[in-house]
Design a protein around this ligand. Sequence first.
Ligand code: HEC
Ligand code: HEC
Ligand code: HEC
Ligand code: HEC
Ligand code: HEC
Ligand code: HEC
Ligand code: HEC
Ligand code: HEC
Ligand code: HEC
Ligand code: HEC
Length: 324
Amino acid sequence: MRRYGPIGVGISIMIGMLPVLWASACSTGLRESVLPPIVTNKVSQATAVGIEVCSDCHSAEPDFYRKGHHRVAFFAGSAGTGCESCHGKGSVHAEFFYENEEYEDDPSDLVGIEDLDALSGHERSALCQQCHQQDFPLWPLSDHAQSGVGCWDCHADDLHAPPPGIDATPAVMNAQSDNAFCVQCHSSVDAEFKLQYHHRVPEGQMKCADCHSIHGEATADSALHGENTRCYECHAEFKGPFVFEHLGTEESCGNCHSPHGSVNNKLLVANDNSLCVQCHFQSPTGFFGRQPHAEFLGGGALCYDCHSHVHGSNTNRNLNPRRF
Ligand code: HEC
Ligand code: HEC
Ligand code: HEC
Ligand code: HEC
Ligand code: HEC
Ligand code: HEC
Ligand code: HEC
Ligand code: HEC
Ligand code: HEC
Ligand code: HEC
């Protein structure tokens, strides 16, 4: 008895489009993963020497990495991974300093600070994606990538040393997953979570990432506009299928709920019948469809006092009005 409204059609179109989405994701992904030429080309005669050679003169950076997530990747890897995956092959640089210990000018014989600072956000992310491409193949589709936010904006601590004053423990090697981190850039969201009714994000019982994709997902929309999938993961009782679906709900939970927070109980976007009449037309004589309602609504009743199964019903087409 399921009714195939516009939503059913929408979903099948999306499924049909998935291969296309994946294909375009992969090709953009690959393009982005191509290293900035400067990293591969700057010193063409150089060869890879490996991180232990770099450690010989630079102790701070390797010490930092040894405590963190990259301790395996950068140290057990062959020459050319680790430091040299971003700074380019280092033999010329290393030989130069072995022979000229007193020399203090910026070396031009490897990919240095100036070269790296000149890279765009996309190019910098590509430095990370040369190894993390498989973790996040859809990164280029994420809202973050598309707005120029790069790995480095969130994972700065994964590089060399944390900002001054922060202890370099392995814990800070992962992006701080707590919500305070995200709201540094999304302050209006922070304000929504401070409203009286909210998901328990400020209390630390939920994370932004429970609802949002940070690194990109198979839907192009990591902001979940109109997407109920994440909601169903915790509120499975509203998933259905119901014998009688309420199309207003199937379409998006956000039609009636503010997902972050609200001044209204149950996170409702409105605490009166404007919640329902945004979609349901009441005739001048008080009818909804064929049903007179003037009397029903006289005493200030709420629509869902009677239409109590607004998320879907297995027993009543009118979402349970007979049992009010
Ligand atoms: C994922 C890319 C990446 C890797 C891997 C990497 N670096 Fe860097 N490094 C950078 C970038 C980018 C900068 C420029 C400064 C910045 O933005 O943090 C930099 C700057 C530096 C500097 C100058 C910065 C300063 O504070 O004086 C040194 C020295 C350095 N790196 C050494 C190393 C060594 C040694 C390793 C291996 C243990 C290494 N780097 C691994 C990207 C990387
Ligand atoms: C024989 C010593 C020696 C070795 C080996 C060595 N470096 Fe250096 N490196 C230096 C010195 C000296 C400087 C210039 C002074 C400084 O910035 O500390 C320097 C500077 C740098 C810088 C800063 C460049 C800039 O733009 O200012 C980076 C990045 C760097 N080295 C990376 C590496 C990497 C990666 C390796 C391994 C492939 C390596 N070094 C091996 C001695 C060495
Ligand atoms: C040379 C390859 C390489 C590069 C370049 C690289 N990574 Fe990694 N990274 C790895 C590998 C491999 C692991 C998994 C380590 C393990 O499981 O032992 C890892 C682990 C991590 C982790 C922790 C993952 C976890 O499971 O908790 C983070 C976060 C991370 N990398 C971020 C970055 C960022 C950001 C950059 C760029 C600034 C970067 N990486 C550059 C290879 C690399
Ligand atoms: C908007 C901030 C942000 C950006 C941009 C970002 N990350 Fe993350 N990343 C996080 C957070 C937060 C986590 C922890 C995820 C969690 O708690 O579920 C994380 C986790 C990770 C992990 C651990 C593995 C995992 O799935 O938990 C890796 C590896 C990683 N990021 C690499 C990257 C790379 C590579 C890029 C760029 C292509 C990147 N990140 C861009 C915030 C970010
Ligand atoms: C360095 C700043 C920065 C950080 C940190 C950051 N973001 Fe973003 N985020 C942005 C920018 C810029 C955009 C694109 C512009 C916009 O829509 O606000 C964006 C977009 C988004 C969107 C899509 C919004 C839309 O309207 O389509 C979501 C969802 C999001 N971020 C969640 C997160 C989460 C979750 C975290 C923490 C892991 C986080 N952001 C951390 C800068 C940041
Ligand atoms: C309970 C699920 C849920 C949680 C938890 C959540 N969000 Fe959202 N968020 C949503 C939904 C759903 C939307 C889309 C709202 C819409 O389309 O009207 C959204 C929209 C957004 C947007 C874009 C629109 C806006 O309001 O600016 C940003 C940015 C965002 N969220 C960031 C965050 C951050 C940062 C956190 C953690 C502090 C977070 N969200 C936690 C569900 C959630
Ligand atoms: C990670 C699990 C999780 C996800 C995902 C989630 N919720 Fe919730 N939600 C909860 C929990 C737990 C509560 C109860 C909160 C409390 O006790 O304050 C709740 C409460 C609610 C409430 C009722 C609030 C009240 O006052 O009783 C609404 C409405 C709601 N969620 C809607 C949504 C919507 C819409 C989405 C998707 C955008 C969503 N939730 C995603 C866990 C989740
Ligand atoms: C057409 C409007 C509408 C839509 C769309 C809607 N809801 Fe609701 N929801 C309500 C109303 C009204 C209430 C309050 C009912 C009450 O207090 O009796 C409610 C209550 C809730 C509650 C609290 C239940 C409780 O027992 O306290 C949760 C959780 C919830 N909704 C989740 C969702 C989720 C998840 C979606 C998307 C699948 C969704 N809602 C879509 C109108 C809606
Ligand atoms: C986002 C738009 C939207 C919102 C908001 C909405 N609805 Fe609906 N509703 C629909 C659609 C579309 C249908 C299916 C239309 C139809 O069958 O005539 C429907 C059907 C119904 C039906 C069954 C009608 C019938 O002909 O049997 C009832 C009852 C109903 N809604 C009550 C409510 C109540 C109560 C609220 C407020 C809590 C509400 N709706 C909010 C869109 C919405
Ligand atoms: C006092 C109870 C009550 C209240 C309050 C109420 N309704 Fe109804 N509603 C009913 C009954 C009874 C029916 C007819 C059921 C039937 O035909 O079996 C109905 C039917 C409907 C229908 C379907 C009409 C059709 O043609 O089949 C819609 C749509 C509807 N109501 C919307 C609303 C909206 C929107 C509100 C709030 C503005 C609301 N109702 C408030 C009891 C109520």
